[in-house]
Design a protein around this ligand. Structure first.
Ligand SMILES: Nc1ccn([C@@H]2O[C@H](COP(=O)(O)OP(=O)(O)OP(=O)(O)O)[C@@H](O)[C@H]2O)c(=O)n1
Ligand SMILES: C[C@](O)(CO)[C@H](O)COP(=O)(O)O
Length: 407
């Protein structure tokens, strides 16, 4: 056992910064499939993105680091690359085991000068709720180490190498534990580094390292829905579970911008050379604005102007990618899934056809979808009306999402 690292008491713990470390460097061998499980889609959105969303929704968290496998950069970018949140740092490379990956993530946090509270979470647990994160934070403000636990309902046996029962521990003292596990940063880092220096491996969670280092580990109530996707059957049950919880909502969006002097327009996050530009406070991307409103419509959470007021100078010239990413993230934070985005652009010019595939791919990347869930249509208005006279361009959007009903 290590001599426990002293836990600082002089800092007011309510003001300690909080970081989240999401470990996503595993290969998912037990789950099978060609792609590691954290990058696979579950009801329309990558597992990793779903696991990250509630941490992004927690205002107390100031920094989020994801630990990924060597060579997984493209998969990572595809899953979460378009999330526009400055708290989400560049991913860090993981190691052979979960224990190595956590240590490497902690060392990266340490390198950025971090100290405070760290929440460690498995990317393979996409159903982590904001309430559970809240409980982890509340516990971490009191304890050096605190972990979510559930009473076991099966009788647990200890067996020998031949599978013969050696012992039946009393069940009322047994719990199964989950992530996010919450720790004071320095003691956890010290425990990980000491274990690595002593060449001690095989710790299956971070609490076990803290126990080994001599710290006491408290528990708080876990969440039965916060399962770890481990075997192929877990994906099937999780999908069925999600389907049962969700109801379909449809939202519509509309946006129009007038042409003005310029040499390009932004459409669906793609810069299209044109003989004119558009008059707008932001980059004037009617496609992304209409899609953002369609998604916000499904949430009944106002419109793009509610969240990004044109009166606010910080949105002047802003790239509209962030508006759509924000709305898509709101859906994920509410536990919802985007099923489909459908867009119609109306203008005489520029021609949308040559850019259709690029626009589909870009919208899909921003919203965290596969391109087959994004439809782009374009039409002229047969030289009638303001679009027909070439005075501006219009976009109509429909979003189909599935959201859990709110209690
Ligand atoms: N070298 C590793 C191994 C695991 N993990 C992460 O730790 C979490 C829990 O691990 P587990 O469910 O065992 O994932 P895998 O190691 O991917 O699964 P398997 O053992 O079936 O290969 C996962 O989010 C996983 O990505 C990690 O970051 N680095
Ligand atoms: C950390 C953990 O999720 C707590 O239950 C679990 O120990 C991870 O185990 P795995 O074998 O790496 O999946």
């Amino acid at each position: 056992m290590l001599e426990p690292v002293a836990v600082p008491t002089e800092t007011k713990i309510e003001t300690l910064p909080v970081a989240a470390l999401i470990v996503a460097a595993g290969r998912g061998l037990r789950a099978g499939g060609e792609t590691p499980k954290q990058y696979r889609e579950l009801a329309g959105s990558p597992v990793l993105r779903q696991a990250l969303a509630p941490f992004l929704a927690e205002a107390a968290i100031s920094q989020i680091i994801t630990v990924i496998g060597a060579g997984d950069d493209a998969l990572y970018a595809q899953s979460v690359g378009a999330i526009a949140d400055a708290r989400l740092a560049a991913p860090v490379s993981g190691g052979e085991t979960r224990q190595d990956s956590v240590r490497l993530g902690l060392q990266a946090l340490s390198g950025s000068g971090f100290d405070g509270i760290v929440l460690i979470h498995d990317a393979a647990r996409p159903f982590v709720s904001s309430a559970l994160i809240g409980r982890a934070l509340a516990a971490a403000r009191i304890e050096v180490a605190a972990i979510p636990a559930l009473a076991v309902t099966d009788t647990i046996k200890r067996v020998d190498a031949a599978g013969c029962v050696v012992e039946t521990p009393p069940r009322d003292r047994l719990v199964s534990v989950q992530t996010p596990q919450a720790f004071r940063f320095r003691p956890l880092l010290a425990a990980h580094e000491a274990a690595a220096a002593a060449d001690l491996t095989g710790f299956t969670d971070d609490a076990a390292l803290m126990e080994w280092a001599g710290h006491s580990v408290a528990t708080f109530p876990g969440d039965a829905e916060n399962v770890k996707l481990t075997h192929p059957q877990d994906f099937t049950s999780a999908t069925e579970h999600l389907e049962r919880r969700l109801t379909v909502r449809v939202g519509t969006g509309y946006d129009v911008h007038a042409f003005t002097e310029g040499d390009h327009v932004w459409l669906g996050g793609v810069r299209i050379p044109h003989s004119q530009g558009v008059k707008a406070h932001s980059d004037g991307d009617v496609a992304l604005h209409a899609l953002t409103d369609a998604l916000l419509g499904t949430l009944a959470e106002g419109d793009i102007g509610t969240h990004f007021p044109p009166s606010d100078p910080q949105w002047r010239g802003a790239s509209s990618d962030r508006f759509l990413a924000f709305a898509a993230n709101r859906i994920a934070e509410r536990g919802g899934r985007i099923d489909h985005l459908d867009l119609t652009v109306v203008c005489e010019a520029p021609k949308v056809g040559p850019h259709r595939d690029a626009i589909r791919a870009r919208i899909a990347a921003i919203a965290g979808l596969t391109p087959d869930r994004v439809a782009i249509k374009a039409t002229t208005s047969e030289r009638m009306g303001f679009t027909g006279r070439g005075e501006g361009l219009v976009a109509f959007a429909t979003a189909t999402v599935r959201l859990p009903e709110q209690e």
